[in-house]
Design a protein around this ligand. Structure first.
Ligand SMILES: Nc1ncnc2c1ncn2[C@@H]1O[C@H](COP(=O)(O)OP(=O)(O)O)[C@@H](O)[C@H]1O
Ligand SMILES: [Mg+2]
Length: 298
């Protein structure tokens, strides 16, 4: 069974999308089949991996309103082990359309059963709000990863997010864990960054990832080329930071990755990760049922 990680913080511009893309790409680089779900109407995650959201005809929107299954909205990416369910601007209206649906907070969770079997990791890029889309993500997820920008007011609003997590645990998803708090856009030259990091560690203690993502121009440039930073400049500090983050999370999650191979049923064609449904094929090796554990890129 794969692990579903929601990347959430209701503040905009803290690095949710950047983290979703580059963490997922780093898992994929280590041959862990990984799915990104872009659930933000801004669709930055989709364009960040090279998908033009204006040309998408099957997106997370159609999945949430019950028109299609998640696998029918799944596209491949330029990386063999990385797929994405793109977003669409129509998603803006989804929260209103979902209001009358029974169990409206569980729509994504129910749609995800397929992906949990097919991928080692599902990474959900949440919108900058605590509305129904984020609630669906937190209900579907095993854990939440909270990016925090190394800036003044970094902790502002986090109480509200933690309160939402508490409510989700009480009513919708008792198993929801905090995967970790990630310091992003850290500027090693600034005393401010260190002060903020110290404050975040005081507040969250051991929940803060040891890995810190530095401010790095390659990270900021790569989305305009439709690529994760790993494909844009694999030697950049940004690429190395996100590989380190993936490694830290992999080490923390060995139990999710230990598949009972001998006892599991043979993988049939219909149970392979969907690819190509939106026209963008990828190699067959993608659906390997024996992912290698070693890192293939540095
Ligand atoms: N480590 C980083 N170094 C430099 N720029 C970054 C970094 N992380 C994010 N950015 C930039 O900051 C902006 C906001 O990041 P984004 O991931 O879109 O935040 P969010 O999804 O939380 O709104 C984007 O322009 C992105 O390219
Ligand atoms: Mg975003």
């Amino acid at each position: 069974m794969g692990k579903v990680i929601a990347v959430a913080n209701q503040k905009g511009g803290v690095g949710k999308t950047t983290t979703s893309i580059n963490l997922a790409a780093s898992f994929a680089a280590t041959e862990h089949p990984t799915l990104i779900i872009d659930i933000d109407p801004q669709a930055n995650c989709s364009s960040g991996v090279g998908i033009d959201p204006r040309r998408v005809t099957a997106s997370i929107y159609e999945v949430l309103i019950g028109d299609i299954a998640l696998e029918d909205a799944t596209c491949s990416s330029d990386m063999p082990f990385l797929d994405i369910v793109p977003s669409h601007i129509n998603l803006v209206g989804a929260e209103i359309e979902m209001i009358d649906v029974m169990e409206r907070e569980r729509i994504l969770k129910n749609a995800l059963a397929y992906a949990r079997r097919k991928y080692d990791f599902v990474v959900i890029d949440c919108p900058p709000s605590l509305g129904l889309l984020t609630l669906n993500s937190l209900t579907a997820a095993d854990s939440v990863l909270i990016p925090v920008q190394a800036e003044y007011f970094a902790l502002e609003g986090l109480g509200q997010l933690l309160n939402t997590i508490k409510i989700v645990r009480q009513h919708l998803n008792p198993e929801l864990e905090i995967e970790g708090v990630l310091m992003t856009m850290f500027d090693t030259r600034l005393r401010l960054s260190n002060q903020v990091a110290a404050e975040v560690r005081r507040y969250f203690g051991a929940k803060v990832f040891r890995t810190i993502v530095q401010r790095n121009v390659r990270i900021a440039e790569s989305p305009s080329f439709g690529k994760p930073v790993l494909l844009y400049d694999a030697t950049s500090i940004g690429a190395r930071n996100y590989i380190a983050l993936a490694r830290e999370i992999l080490l923390n999650n060995q139990r999710y990755l230990q598949q009972p191979e001998e006892t599991s049923e043979p993988v049939s064609d219909t149970s392979r990760p969907a690819s190509n449904r939106n026209g963008n094929g990828h190699p067959e090796s993608h659906s390997s049922s024996t992912p290698a554990n070693g890192f293939t890129m540095r």
